[in-house]
Design a protein around this ligand. Structure first.
Ligand SMILES: N=C(N)NCCCC(=O)O
Ligand SMILES: [Zn+2]
Ligand SMILES: [Zn+2]
Length: 314
């Protein structure tokens, strides 16, 4: 029997442990199916800093989560052991060392799926390297306002604007099974999109929610991801700044949190092998809006993993 969150009918949620969803720490259980891991690193950002405080903020906002998900009819902490693996200590002054630390740590979770809380989007690169080591080339669904397939910033190849270009160049991705969802806003040049396609990504724009709605987006997403292993990367700035003000590079015209949560539910039945939620920068948040959104994103991802554990009937 998995050990779940503390019982909030006995312990008020504001008095419970500071772990994600008041779950046990990794050292309090014998083994885990899924570990929630914080990576407080934001030395790769091009604009506002502060995502290093994202993991603590998402955990604090996750106190109000409850154990049952009616939308997917699953209790994600009852059918799989989910734990909080704490925060990784990564070097804020050396991106290369930080990325190596993250990859090495992620590789130690071979039989435990990782749901990583960032941190800026740089951390997706070492996380993809680690899942590739186990699964080979992977399909990626990347929720973001931004392509994050740019080349370099100030000559630096490892930044929050470049992880998916590096991953594609390194052969970590199945170029037939990758897509971005939520892209919008100004680019540097039209060629950004051409280069992005060559790197293996299809684009579902934020505006596509206007024309086709969530059902159409989900159908396109599932068609692109197919049957192989899937990694899910959620940059919280995929949400409109009204739904997620607490982030470093906000762009107008984004998704509502309802659209994002419903799209994530559409991943049920796909072979999701890992996920991250990144770019939560609490200094720009108000009333925990962004923290709550990110904690619900994490909850839906854990629910998808739980539904896959218990068997999925389309
Ligand atoms: N990954 C995030 N959030 N942003 C990337 C934006 C990079 C840029 O300003 O060009
Ligand atoms: Zn972004
Ligand atoms: Zn991003």
């Amino acid at each position: 029997m998995p050990i779940g969150p503390v019982d909030n009918s006995l312990i008020p949620r504001y008095a419970g442990p500071p772990t994600f969803a008041q779950l046990p720490r990794v050292d309090q259980v014998a083994g885990a199916d899924v570990a929630v891991l914080g990576v407080p690193f934001d030395s790769g950002v091009s604009y506002r800093p502060g995502a290093r405080f994202g993991p603590a903020h998402i955990r604090a906002a996750s106190k109000l989560l409850r154990p049952y998900n009616p939308a997917l009819d699953v209790a994600p902490f009852a059918v799989q052991q989910v734990v909080d693996a704490g925060d990784l200590a990564v070097n804020p002054f050396d991106i290369g060392e930080a990325v190596a630390t993250i990859e090495a740590a992620a590789r130690t979770y071979r039989n435990t799926k990782l749901l990583t809380l960032g941190g800026d989007h740089t951390i997706a690169l070492p996380l993809l390297r680690a899942v590739h080591a186990t699964h080979g080339p992977i399909g990626v669904v990347h929720f973001d306002a931004h392509l994050d397939t740019w080349d370099t910033y100030f000559g630096e190849p490892t930044t929050h604007g470049t992880p998916f270009r590096r991953a594609s160049e390194e052969g970590l991705l199945d170029r037939e099974r990758c897509l971005h969802v939520g892209i919008r806003g100004p680019l540097y040049a039209a060629e950004d999109l051409t280069a992005d396609g060559v790197l293996g990504f299809q684009v579902i724009r934020a505006d596509d929610y206007e024309t086709g709605g969530v059902a159409d987006v989900v159908a396109r997403m599932r068609r692109r991801l197919g049957d192989g292993p899937v990694y899910v990367s959620v940059d919280i700035d995929v949400l409109d700044p009204a739904h997620a003000p607490g982030t470093g590079t906000p762009e107008a015209g984004g998704l509502t949190s309802r659209e994002l949560l419903n799209t994530l539910r559409g991943l049920v039945g796909l072979d999701v092998i890992g996920a991250d939620v990144v770019e939560v920068a609490p200094a720009y948040d108000h009333a925990e809006i962004t923290g709550v959104a990110a904690s619900h994103v994490a909850f839906e991802l854990l629910s998808v993993l739980a539904r896959n554990t218990t068997g999925y009937r389309p």
